[in-house]
Design a protein around this ligand. Structure first.
Ligand SMILES: *[C@@H]1O[C@H](CO)[C@@H](O)[C@H](O)[C@H]1NC(C)=O
Ligand SMILES: *[C@@H]1O[C@H](CO)[C@@H](O)[C@H](O)[C@H]1NC(C)=O
Ligand SMILES: *[C@@H]1O[C@H](CO)[C@@H](O)[C@H](O)[C@H]1NC(C)=O
Ligand SMILES: *[C@@H]1O[C@H](CO)[C@@H](O)[C@H](O)[C@H]1NC(C)=O
Length: 203
């Protein structure tokens, strides 16, 4: 009985280990496939600095995506350490890694800078600012446009005539006042770009 178990379990165990290694290696190479070495280095770098500051807030649960938002005006949206929202053309800038979390049904979501930990918020006058504390002003509705672009309008505030105010980056990479935004304009169009598997550990 004892010998029987040994002879049958050992190959099983070895095969299991082999399979595990195979899957691990497979997923790592899959995750890296569409990155340049510079991007990989930078993303790994971003993760390294962040790993120590792992910090869960009360907004847990919901569908979470880690993305960069690349605007129709060719900027990556960033939220810096003082809560300033801006654009960068450096595809490796750590402040452009965003956590996009579904808050409620109907495509309402909150967008947080993974490094700065500020939520994007829009106030009554349509100004964008990063906020440490999440509240309703941090809720945005995602609208899917053509060509994989999305637009994000405040779920809390509208213009005086009731039309939506959008997150927008100008041709110079500066946030536009919500009152000046229109869904049709490329400054409001964003392409959500996937980040590498590693980024998902950065929170
Ligand atoms: C890694 O991070 C350090 C400190 O933030 C920075 O000085 C360095 O340039 C970064 N390296 C890369 C490859 O981005
Ligand atoms: C809206 O936000 C901007 C930028 O943070 C600020 O200067 C302005 O006073 C705010 N307006 C209101 C009504 O909260
Ligand atoms: C959200 O928080 C800001 C300050 O961070 C505050 O001014 C505002 O009144 C709060 N509530 C709403 C609904 O915006
Ligand atoms: C609402 O106001 C904005 C300017 O604040 C204007 O561009 C837009 O055409 C108006 N929309 C409607 C439906 O009146």
């Amino acid at each position: 009985m004892h010998i029987w178990m040994l002879t049958w379990n050992l190959p099983n165990l070895l095969f299991g280990l082999y399979l595990h290694t195979f899957i691990l290696v497979g997923s790592v190479s899959l995750a890296c496939s569409d990155r340049t070495p510079e991007q990989l280095a930078a993303i790994t770098n971003c993760s390294k600095h962040e790993r120590h500051t792992r910090n869960y807030d009360y907004m847990e649960g919901g569908d979470v995506r880690i993305r960069r938002l690349f605007s129709g005006t060719q900027w990556f949206l960033t939220i810096d350490d003082s809560g300033i929202i801006s654009g960068t053309q450096d595809p490796t800038n750590c402040y452009s890694i965003l956590e996009i979390r579904t808050v409620s049904e109907g495509g309402v979501l909150a967008i947080k800078g993974v490094k700065s930990k500020y939520y994007i918020s829009m106030n009554r006058t349509g100004m964008l600012r990063g906020k440490k504390e999440y509240n309703e002003s941090c809720n945005f509705k995602e609208v899917f446009l053509e060509n994989f672009y999305s637009a994000y309008s405040s779920a809390k505030w509208t213009k005086q005539n009731g039309t939506e105010m959008f997150i927008a980056l100008s041709q110079r990479g500066k946030p536009l006042r919500g009152r000046k935004t229109r869904k049709e304009h490329i400054s409001c169009h964003f392409l959500p770009r996937e980040c590498k598997e590693d980024d998902k550990q950065v929170d």
